[in-house]
Design a protein around this ligand. Structure first.
Ligand SMILES: N=c1c2ncn([C@@H]3O[C@H](COP(=O)(O)OP(=O)(O)OP(=O)(O)O)[C@@H](O)[C@H]3O)c2ncn1[C@@H]1O[C@H](COP(=O)(O)O)[C@@H](O)[C@H]1O
Length: 110
């Protein structure tokens, strides 16, 4: 279910590149270009770091979840702008996970 959200969101981000919907935030980011998108990724990174620090002190993780969603979202826009989808990143994580799984298995059988 959650991986479907990622795939469907990625498909929507792709559509926003072709159809310049007036009211679309994503279309406006694509139109402004890579530097604007990277600026948003930077802003959201800082906001996520600050939210993590606040969560560690207060124990309230609501803002951290919200800011992390903003960060993930803007990195997806960045990937889409460069003609990449989330599956490229998921494949890389799976590759690393499988690699470490193999190493773990090997160390257990030693
Ligand atoms: N998931 C999101 C999403 N998360 C965050 N945001 C927007 O990201 C922005 C966050 O940046 P800020 O808080 O800095 O807000 P801002 O002041 O509007 O931004 P700036 O003017 O400073 O650039 C807000 O405008 C949020 O609305 C999102 N906008 C869209 N989506 C998804 O993208 C899809 C397509 O969106 P549209 O292109 O708007 O149709 C939507 O159906 C949603 O599923």
């Amino acid at each position: 279910m959650k991986t479907d959200v990622l795939a469907e969101l990625a498909a929507t981000l792709e559509q926003r590149k072709v159809a310049g919907v007036d009211t679309s935030y994503v279309a406006s980011l694509h139109a402004k270009g890579l530097n604007k998108i990277l600026e948003k990724v930077g802003e959201e990174s800082v906001e996520t770091i600050l939210a993590a620090k606040d969560a560690a002190v207060s124990g309230d993780k609501t803002d951290l979840i919200y800011e992390t969603a903003d960060l993930w979202f803007h990195t997806l826009v960045m990937l889409s702008h460069l003609n990449l989808g989330p599956e490229a990143v998921l494949d890389e994580l799976a590759r690393r996970f499988n690699l470490s799984g193999l190493e773990e298995k090997a160390s257990r059988s030693e």
